[in-house]
Ligand binder design. Structure first.
Ligand code: ATP
Ligand code: MG
Length: 425
């Protein structure tokens, strides 16, 4: 049966009219509006939902927009030319706009706790959700979400907000609460506990005591989450502009030792590298999780080099140490190849930057990872690492300055040369 006919109004939401809420509707992406408009024109329900509504109510500009609808993924797919189905456990549709904008459209799904047929949503013996793909109503969709503040629905056509779970009260009190019993909801998916810490870091919320009480147990269960999913979470934690807050909070929980068993919490370099990334996010500069991983694992890598060089040549010791450090971390959080290559290059460039062999200078300067490796060297120096001399970092700073002066001197001359050619053409 088509979902199109299921347009029953929601049962008991609190409805907040346009005049009564502060949602910054002028910050809604025009593409998300377009998607919801198209769905509505076809007779479906369509709401903005989740993080984007939460962030807009807090006056923040969301980084992604999710649309929730009663159209099935296939129906959504057929309405948008530049769309594709993604996900197995949880099928959604990505609708693309321009080069990089993406609107995620998901079909209303049943809540694991409110439904009782028990066959489609399967739990493991540990309470973990194994499959979560049974379509439902908007109300059921609200109750299957993780935290109250993530379950608000905004109808762009009427500018009304629908609140099924007391989200607005929690949002105004700046409190993070699970929908339902945290001991069940967090156990269903321990990633929710990491998300809780992330929302605390991002939005300055207080975790409800019932969530805090569950954190130690959830940390113990976090290794049941596939390494690839933990890698995605790690990117969200450290590349969204509030990484330093995240790091400071994570350090106070048992998650750090379990997710990064080879990392010590009082390492200065890590905090500096994360702060550096936050500053780059702020300035819209390119960032990579490789840089943060290089810092998180640097101490362990360095200790392995020291141990290995007892019975190996130094270059071999470094290569083996890099491979082993990354491999051990990967058992917990996967590190895709392009990032492990980046980390290894940054590490292996460190001694070369410090030694500054005459024959090596130009090769180093033109190396594709020079800039990242130089930044890493600077942070090592600033973090007070023993053995990193002021000399080498300062030397490279001056070297780059003098090279940029040389570049500037060269450029006007190039322009002069170019002019007559332009006239000729
Ligand atoms: P962010 O600001 O990081 O994008 P977000 O809340 O939008 O935060 P997303 O991962 O984009 O996070 O997820 C969108 C929405 O999907 C959430 O707001 C929440 O309603 C729901 N959701 C995401 N992950 C889970 C989960 N593990 N369990 C239950 N609901 C989830
Ligand atoms: Mg989001």
């Amino acid at each position: 049966m088509s979902n199109k006919t299921k347009t029953n109004p929601p049962t008991h939401p609190i409805v907040i009219e346009h005049e009564s809420h502060q949602l910054a509707w002028n910050r809604v992406s025009k593409h998300a509006l377009e998607v919801s408009k198209t769905l509505k024109q076809q007779g479906f329900q369509a709401f903005l939902v989740g993080g984007c509504v939460r962030d807009l109510l807090l006056g923040k500009t969301p980084k992604d927009f999710d649309v929730s609808t009663n159209a099935t993924p296939q129906q959504v797919r057929s309405l948008f030319r530049r769309s594709r189905l993604v996900g197995k456990r949880f099928q959604i549709v990505h609708v693309r706009f321009g080069r990089s904008e993406l609107v995620e459209v998901s079909t209303f799904r049943k809540s694991a706790i409110s439904q009782n047929t028990g066959d489609e949503i399967r739990h493991s013996d540990e309470g973990l959700i194994l499959r979560d793909n049974l379509f439902g109503t908007i109300e059921e969709d609200a109750f299957r979400r993780d935290f109250t503040i993530n379950a608000l629905y905004y109808d762009p056509s009427t500018k009304r907000i629908f609140d099924y779970v007391g989200a607005l009260a929690d949002l105004y009190n700046r409190e993070l609460r699970c929908i339902g019993d945290p001991s069940i909801r967090l156990r269903e998916d321990p990633v929710r506990a990491l998300r809780a810490i992330r929302f605390q870091a991002k939005l300055g919320l207080t975790l409800h005591s019932s969530i805090r009480a569950e954190l130690p147990l959830m940390a113990a269960k976090i290794l049941s989450v596939p390494p690839a999913r933990l890698f995605d979470q790690m990117q969200k934690m450290f590349l969204s502009g509030y990484g330093e807050n995240m790091w400071l909070l994570l350090k106070k929980t048992p998650f750090l030792k379990i997710l990064f068993p080879f990392t010590s919490s009082d390492n200065n370099l890590i905090q500096k590298a994360i702060r550096n990334t936050d500053q780059r996010v702020e300035k819209d500069k390119p960032i990579t999780i490789g840089f943060i991983l290089a810092a998180l694992l640097w101490e362990d890598y360095s200790a392995r080099v020291v141990a290995l060089k007892e019975h190996k040549k130094i270059r071999e010791a470094r290569s083996i140490a890099a491979i082993e450090t990354i491999q051990d971390q990967q058992k917990i959080i996967s590190i895709p190849r392009r990032f492990s290559a980046f980390i290894t290059e940054v590490w292996l460039l460190q001694p070369r930057l410090e030694e500054r062999r005459k024959r090596d200078i130009n090769r180093l300067f033109n190396h594709r990872r020079f800039r990242a490796a130089y930044d890493f060297l600077l942070l090592r120096k600033q973090s007070g690492e023993t053995g990193v001399t002021d000399e080498s970092a300062d030397w490279w700073t001056k070297f780059q300055e003098s090279n940029s002066v040389r570049e500037k001197i060269k450029r006007p001359a190039d322009k002069k040369k170019a002019k007559p050619n332009n006239k000729q053409s």
